[in-house]
Design a protein around this ligand. Sequence first.
Ligand SMILES: *[C@@H]1O[C@H](CO)[C@@H](O)[C@H](O)[C@H]1NC(C)=O
Ligand SMILES: *[C@@H]1O[C@H](CO)[C@@H](O)[C@H](O)[C@H]1NC(C)=O
Ligand SMILES: *[C@@H]1O[C@H](CO)[C@@H](O)[C@H](O)[C@H]1NC(C)=O
Ligand SMILES: *[C@@H]1O[C@H](CO)[C@@H](O)[C@H](O)[C@H]1NC(C)=O
Ligand SMILES: *[C@@H]1O[C@H](CO)[C@@H](O)[C@H](O)[C@H]1NC(C)=O
Ligand SMILES: *[C@@H]1O[C@H](CO)[C@@H](O)[C@H](O)[C@H]1NC(C)=O
Ligand SMILES: *[C@@H]1O[C@H](CO)[C@@H](O)[C@H](O)[C@H]1NC(C)=O
Length: 653
Amino acid sequence: MLRKIHSANVNAYTLNPLYFAIVGNKAPMMKLPERRWLSILPLLLLPLSLHGQNVRKQSAFDYVDPLIGTVNGGHVFPGATLPFGMAKAVADVKGENQGGFASDGSDIIGFSHMHDSGTGGSPSLGNFPIFPQSGCPGDDLDNCKFTQAGRAIGHINGTVEAHPGYFAITLNSSVSAEMTVSNHTALYRFSFPKRPVEPDTPLSPLILADLADLPGSRTNGAISVDNTTGRITGNGTFRPSFGIGTYTLHFCADFSGAAIRDTGLFANNRGGPGKSLVAQADGVNMSPRIMPTGAWTRFYAAKSNGQILARVGVSFISVAQACNSAENEIPDFNFDETLKVAEDAWKAKLSVIELDAEGVSDDLQTVFWSGVYRTMISPQDYTGENPLWDSDEPYYDSYYCIWDSFRSIHPLLTILDPHSQTLMVRSLIDIYRHLGKLPDCRMSFCKGFTQGGSNADIVLADAYLKNISENVDWTTGYEAVVSDAEDEPANWAVEGRGGLQSWKALGFIPTDDFDILGSGPRTRSISRTVEARFYIPSQFNDTLVGIPGNDDSGAMGSFSTMTMLGIFPNAGQDVYFITPPFFRSVSITNPSTENTATIYNVNFDPEGRNVFIQSATLDGMPYERNWLRHSFFLNGGTLELVLGPTERYSMGV
Ligand SMILES: *[C@@H]1O[C@H](CO)[C@@H](O)[C@H](O)[C@H]1NC(C)=O
Ligand SMILES: *[C@@H]1O[C@H](CO)[C@@H](O)[C@H](O)[C@H]1NC(C)=O
Ligand SMILES: *[C@@H]1O[C@H](CO)[C@@H](O)[C@H](O)[C@H]1NC(C)=O
Ligand SMILES: *[C@@H]1O[C@H](CO)[C@@H](O)[C@H](O)[C@H]1NC(C)=O
Ligand SMILES: *[C@@H]1O[C@H](CO)[C@@H](O)[C@H](O)[C@H]1NC(C)=O
Ligand SMILES: *[C@@H]1O[C@H](CO)[C@@H](O)[C@H](O)[C@H]1NC(C)=O
Ligand SMILES: *[C@@H]1O[C@H](CO)[C@@H](O)[C@H](O)[C@H]1NC(C)=O
């Protein structure tokens, strides 16, 4: 969608953004597309009239609906996560499971601890799923279900519940699962039936851990189970979903709530005794044939509340680090306390925005706050988890891809959460420092496939111009951007740009370019046309299908949020185009400077008739531009827009 609106502008910068921004360092683009912008306003504002005013919900937090975008290819991760957290727990379905769970009614195959959100293509992560059963039929271990196909089970309609930091579902077996997280640890609370559901299946819960991931990409792995504590630990080597190479992940699962009866391993559909095993891919075939492999811990019936907690730490470094994180972050398996910390973290993130939403439908408020929420799911903070190089710099991962995130995700973060944005920028520069190029796509410590150019350049330019300068090494950042512009990489499929010789000599890249410096896809030489890529009205709402296509790690969420805030960034420049907010007023308090910027609509009309700006004042003085600079958000102020029902052409320019 964004690409359609902005592709004309964006393509002009794609090849050289920071270069222009820093070297040129002149006031940006003075010729403003005011009339074109104003003319799409009626479209943008249409949904205002969709619903009447209903019962008011309590708070921003209550409006977030993590399930929006969990059908029809939205691929949104709807489970429990902290803002930018590494641990992301959810029930994984057998169907369209890029985000783990989808609201498509397909069977649940496990509960896993790491996910991506809103990605296209194939599924990713979903490593080491655990799965609970309340007993083995006939009390015979071999009658428990170990393989994905065997254990797959539906859920009871109406039992899915999701809010920031929390996800719950009841399996068709009557086992209910709730989950919450800390930064590197997932905590599950399974409630087992209090009496046997089937007469021949005495209550003796079994929880297995499977050395698998969602794409089925594991090559090697190993798993162990401790027969006194029930602890299951292991590792696996997996492939990234949209990149090259492999990554290794480790986990550490502990249990609480019931006495341990016995422990063991499984291979294929057979369970038995044993302490540890090493799993290897069948090296004979090009693609690994992976035998379902894992370990299990079986319990005596849980205490009177029927609950067993499973705590799973994850680490890219080692099993020891996974166990340490779990023990330090959730020492006593306290579910309610862990959940409260997670909820409070989200409330704090949302608290920087204040709306006067009187008269605005719950539908629109849900779209708005859910968009803010989805902007802060990814990229994931893997600081301290980097197995590739030693560094004191932060490390963020799961950029899917910056092609999708530079337009509105990073600009929105720059306003709402400049600290996190700064850490991401530092992380990008550190990746350049150690790998020689900035990424466009990067996941699970692997290089991902570049999309439309080297868009990290724009993220850096945007951050530079907006002064998020907290400990950013701009000298190296500038070097990184110049490298993208000047130095062709051997494989521009995963970093940098191809065709640079022609670009430098001709100013464009011919479709039949002769390029012997490197290799990669030759699609970027074709200029993309502006399409005629829908606007907000019909496409964003509070239903499960409420976003158009993939969320792209929050790209759609941040797009709707910025549009409804009445500011749209032109990423890579210190410019926000002004449109009337969808609310009477919006205020954003910058968490770094603690200054508040307010946009106020005079003649605000929740029915969406007064959508044209007649005149404006900034801090009481007439304001003649249709754009703002970032200093508004740094220093605070009040922009007052006077609205009317018809277009007025005289402002701006
Ligand atoms: C759920 O379990 C009930 C009772 O065993 C069964 O009739 C039904 O088909 C199951 N549904 C699914 C979706 O598994
Ligand atoms: C459960 O929900 C699905 C999808 O919404 C629906 O197709 C199915 O009929 C429902 N089943 C029951 C038993 O209500
Ligand atoms: C998660 O990690 C972030 C970044 O290090 C930190 O600011 C935050 O306090 C951590 N949250 C919890 C609940 O530990
Ligand atoms: C996985 O664990 C096994 C058993 O502890 C160990 O031998 C192996 O080196 C580990 N693999 C990796 C890649 O860390
Ligand atoms: C645990 O395993 C050890 C040997 O590996 C064995 O000696 C011990 O009896 C086992 N304990 C239980 C409770 O099964
Ligand atoms: C919600 O949005 C989706 C796609 O973004 C659209 O297909 C659907 O018709 C919309 N639903 C409503 C009730 O507006
Ligand atoms: C950023 O800082 C520079 C130097 O301190 C200043 O000139 C510029 O106005 C600032 N920009 C913003 C958007 O505040």
